[in-house]
Write a protein that binds this ligand. Structure first.
Ligand SMILES: [Zn+2]
Length: 300
């Protein structure tokens, strides 16, 4: 009884505080707590790393050519275009010699910032696809928690390793060639390998394949803003890559296996930027997101 009275007193005190004195709740906690999508028309709202998704749909946990991994995370949600894209890619994967695909994180049911991992994946247009070619598409939920993907590059990050195969390149090429795709992120070592082996004529798709840190256990597909999402803000194209013949197979790519790695080993002393540090997605509150995201969060 005493506890109940104390709780009630604490609640009253909290309610009587002015709005700005109550700790603002973190957006990732709020979005992470929603287990289902909003009953709204589908719409991607904001940018890939600052936004949310209305009316999202769930990629079924299993299909003839795919399985969703780590079901406990409940991150197999996306815009209808992303779900359809993944089903299509999983079927095309057979032409690349894969049985299908293992799908990693997409978005939370209503998108938004996540409590762990990823800065992006917030508006239902990003998906991670495992580098591990499926050996079975009948994995149990338990197996999908335990199984790990494989890394396709050496530990020093400079080159691909023996796990990389021509079929990885074939799958990534198919993933990138789809007109719905804006870009595909992959470890620099993999892009270098693909730049070296792509034929002279068939290179336009390489422009969409972008080197990035990590992304050796999975590649990451990002779709363009779909029609019917006027509040979705896409990225611009990488200027450096477009200005040099378009395929991004140039010194800017080499930077990832030279200067970038060197600076990881020996961080250069740089002047501290003035002003407050910009907030990371994990520190966002609702006021950092487009205002329509409040309705996405509270909708039935
Ligand atoms: Zn990703």
């Amino acid at each position: 009884m005493k506890r109940i009275i104390m709780l009630a007193a604490a609640t009253l005190l909290a309610l009587s505080l002015p709005q700005e004195m109550r700790a603002e709740k973190l957006a990732n906690k709020l979005f992470g707590a929603r287990a289902t999508a909003s009953h709204q028309a589908p719409q991607a709202i904001g940018t890939y790393a600052r936004g949310c998704g209305a009316g999202m749909v769930q990629l079924p946990e299993s299909g003839p050519t795919w399985q969703v991994m780590r079901l406990s995370r409940n991150r197999n949600w996306g815009q209808p275009e992303l779900v359809q894209y993944l089903v299509d890619l999983s079927q095309r994967a057979r032409a690349a010699g894969w049985r299908g695909i293992y799908v990693g994180d997409m978005s939370q049911p209503r998108g938004g910032p996540m409590t762990s991992g990823h800065a992006s994946h917030q508006i239902g247009l990003d998906a991670d696809i495992w580098m591990l070619p499926p050996s079975s598409l009948q994995l149990s939920a338990g197996q999908r928690e335990k199984l790990s993907s494989i890394s396709i590059r050496t530990d020093d990050q400079t080159r691909i390793n023996g796990n990389w195969s021509a079929s990885h390149m074939a799958l990534i090429r198919l993933a990138a060639m789809d007109p719905r795709v804006d870009r595909v992120f992959v470890a620099a070592a993999a892009k270098i390998a693909m730049c070296n082996t792509a034929g002279r004529k068939d290179r336009a798709w390489l422009q969409k394949v972008r080197p990035i840190q990590g992304h050796n256990f999975h590649f990451h597909v990002r779709l363009k803003c779909p029609a019917g999402s006027p509040l979705c803000r896409a990225q611009g194209q990488g200027v450096a890559e477009l200005s040099k013949g378009g395929d991004g197979c140039d010194e800017s790519l080499n930077w990832w296996v030279t200067t970038y790695l060197e600076e990881l080993r020996n961080p250069p002393k740089r002047a501290k930027p003035s002003g407050p540090r910009p907030r990371t997605p994990r520190e966002f509150t609702m006021s950092d997101l487009p205002k329509q995201c409040a309705a996405v969060l509270s909708a039935g």
